[in-house]
Design a protein around this ligand. Structure first.
Ligand code: FES
Length: 106
């Protein structure tokens, strides 16, 4: 397994609280969401079907809801499923925010 590489996602101001920001980093489509001040990063695909969460997703409180079929993921618990039909948690990446810059280990 290859070690993750730390890559810049953008300046802190690009990631406002509760918004889904889509990026392509190292050839991967990801979404970044600031939740209670901390940026999280996940693969931009629902784990139910190959639907982009940047298009079908919405942050509601601490949840990411996929409006394709109502699947809901817990942003306060590493993207675990709290409402099916998905079974699997979101695939996440470690984020880091230092000196006004957000990076992702990908
Ligand atoms: S594709 Fe997301 S809940 Fe079905």
């Amino acid at each position: 397994m290859a070690l993750a590489e730390k890559l810049v996602a953008g300046p802190s101001g690009d990631f406002p609280e509760g918004k889904i920001i889509a990026k392509r980093i190292a050839g991967k489509d990801v979404i970044l969401i600031r939740r209670q001040g901390v940026v999280q990063c996940y693969v931009d695909e629902c784990t139910h079907q190959p639907v982009k969460l940047s298009e079908f997703g919405e942050v509601i409180g601490g949840h990411l809801v996929c409006h394709a079929h109502g699947g809901t993921f817990d942003l306060d618990n590493k993207g675990k499923v709290i409402c099916d039909p998905p079974y699997d948690a979101l695939t996440g990446f470690i984020c880091d925010e230092v000196s006004g810059q957000v990076s992702v280990f990908i």
